[in-house]
Design a protein around this ligand. Structure first.
Ligand SMILES: [Zn+2]
Length: 96
């Protein structure tokens, strides 16, 4: 029984690790870039608030020559439907 539990744990860990990889692949940016994105969005939101779009995320992508369509899809998949949700849900500390 304990080995069965162990087997499940291993499967679950492998699944989680793979999901994290998928999320990174989807975002198309690395950790340093994500930190830059979140810092930028946080700064802009402090100034202007969220208008329920991803305009601040987009302005960061444009400034950093990051492909927006790819990043937008990754943010949406990660629960970031607008700039404040990006800050709330796209958390680098939950990543590898
Ligand atoms: Zn918002």
């Amino acid at each position: 029984m304990s080995s069965e539990r162990e087997r499940r744990r291993i499967l679950r860990d492998a699944y989680k690790a793979e999901r994290k990889r998928d999320e990174w692949n989807l975002l198309g940016i690395d950790r340093e870039q994500l930190d830059g994105l979140l810092g930028h969005v946080e700064e802009r939101l402090a100034e202007t608030g969220c208008d329920h779009t991803l305009r601040h995320s987009r302005s960061w992508a444009d400034a950093c020559s990051v492909a927006w369509s790819e990043l937008e899809a990754g943010l949406l998949a990660d629960g970031g439907g607008c700039d404040c949700e990006v800050l709330a849900n796209v958390d680098p500390d939950e990543r590898v």
